[in-house]
Design a protein around this ligand. Structure first.
Ligand SMILES: [Zn+2]
Length: 58
């Protein structure tokens, strides 16, 4: 598999790929944007602290 400059894989907390209309980045609701939960990497955001969320009113 070829490497990509930026990963576009979805994390469990993402609702859509980055750039999808009516979505945007937001702090992970599980780890509060810290990227870690209970001393371990947050699986919801894969440690990024950011998830793709639907944007209301879009
Ligand atoms: Zn998280």
């Amino acid at each position: 598999m070829a490497d990509k400059p930026q990963s576009t894989k979805l994390n469990p907390g993402d609702v859509a790929p980055p750039g999808t209309p009516a979505t945007g980045e937001g702090p992970c609701p599980d780890c509060q944007g810290k990227g870690q939960l209970n001393g371990q990497r947050c699986r919801t955001c894969d440690g990024s602290g950011i998830v793709i969320q639907g944007v209301a009113g879009g």
